[in-house]
Design a protein around this ligand. Structure first.
Ligand SMILES: Cc1ncc(COP(=O)(O)O)c(C=O)c1O
Length: 367
């Protein structure tokens, strides 16, 4: 997290400890209003369309739980959607009898948008759900083209932007989504334990709400009746880690002050350079596929356990992660990998650091 993000969080916790939780919240009411505005600006929406949550996963679950599924409904997704999202869909399938259908990939990698469009028109799914950038590779899915078909067909559209928010411009109006779930802790450089959800006016006007709203999202007005909040707040819960909401907003402001276009250019330059260098190491197989690639670089180190490679590089101050097969069972099966390495350069990394990471990896693999 950048210093201004840390400062905001620390100051708020400090205030809570001095004057009390409710009192701090009341004293900082204006800062919380600004927090909705900052995150709204980040994704091109209005403050009333933003809900703060604990994570991208919670945002996603809240969104999915608001869809009035009936037995036989179809959830149309892709072969590269996030594992937790897939688990939630399969759980819904088992409980409600909905069908989970995955559009096929095209030759370049990533969903075949033409086929997906036909499937949206032909199958009339209850929900279309696409992960913008998957957890395990640099693929960028064409969420905008899919969004325009969903708009034409009036189909609900949920985008998981966990890995894209903070590393590239993300504009909900351009994408045409009904929901966009995101986390604070990844490329946005915000705190762990915090996320947000964009909810479209269409969804609000339809009266959709999470399956379990609480007294934050609704008011219990009579013994047998409650009224929903008229904004995306209906997707929030009453209790929350308020310091992290302010931290998330500060991270959004920080990213916007640098500029999302500049961030995108810089991270892609570093990621492309990293891929070029990795390709020259014997025994490294690059795994990223797609017409457009973002700043998640994935590769397989032949004959080495990725977890051991991660541990060895961490000792040298280089942070990367190992991805198990179950992070993306379909994509990994397609690529024939059981585990992989994930390197995610950010704009603050230098070319020298990229070089050092590649050298360290080469050294580790030659041992
Ligand atoms: C594509 C994608 N979606 C969602 C998530 C979940 O994010 P969180 O753990 O913050 O809920 C992740 C986390 O790695 C992810 O990569």
């Amino acid at each position: 997290m950048p210093d201004p993000v840390l400062t905001v969080i620390r100051q708020y916790i400090d205030l809570e400890s001095r004057i009390g939780g409710y009192e701090a919240h009341a004293a900082m009411a204006g800062a919380f209003d600004d927090a909705y505005r900052a995150v709204a600006q980040l994704v091109g929406s209005s403050a009333r369309n933003i809900a703060f949550t604990e994570s991208a996963t919670v945002s996603f679950a809240q969104a999915v739980s608001s869809v009035p599924f009936e037995r036989g409904d179809i959830i149309l997704t892709t072969r590269n959607d996030y594992n937790s999202n897939q688990i939630q869909f399969l759980s819904l399938r088992d409980r409600l009898g909905v069908a989970v259908v995955r559009a096929p990939d095209g030759d370049a990698g990533g969903v075949d948008v033409g086929v997906m469009e036909e499937m949206i028109r032909g199958l009339r799914p209850r929900l279309v759900s696409v992960t913008h950038v998957p957890t395990n590779s640099g693929l960028v899915q064409d969420v905008t083209s899919i969004g325009s078909v969903c708009r034409e067909e009036g189909v609900l559209y949920l985008v998981d932007a966990c890995q894209s928010v903070g590393q590239m411009p993300v504009d909900v109006a351009a994408i045409g989504c009904d929901f966009l779930s995101a986390t604070s802790r990844k490329f946005l450089r915000g705190p762990r334990g915090s996320g947000f959800l964009f909810v479209s006016d269409r969804v609000l006007d339809l009266g959709l709400a999470p399956l379990f709203p609480d007294l934050r999202g609704a008011e219990w007005v009579e013994a047998d009746r409650y009224e929903l909040a008229d904004s995306a707040i209906r997707f929030e819960t009453w209790e929350s880690y308020f310091a992290l909401i302010l931290g998330t907003a500060e991270a959004a402001r920080y990213a916007m002050s640098i500029g999302l276009e500049s961030i995108q250019q810089r991270v892609r330059l570093l990621a492309d350079g990293l891929r070029e260098r990795l390709a020259r190491i014997d025994g490294v197989r690059l795994l990223d596929r797609g017409a457009e690639l973002a700043a998640i670089v994935s590769c397989e180190p032949a004959g080495h356990d990725p977890a051991e490679v991660v541990a060895a590089l961490r000792k040298r101050g280089i942070n990367l992660s190992a991805q198990s097969r179950t992070a993306a069972v379909i994509d990994n099966a397609d690529k024939g990998v059981t585990a992989s390495l994930r390197l995610s350069p950010h704009y603050y990394n230098t070319e020298e650091e990229i070089e050092a990471a590649v050298d360290a990896l080469r050294h580790c693999l030659s041992e």
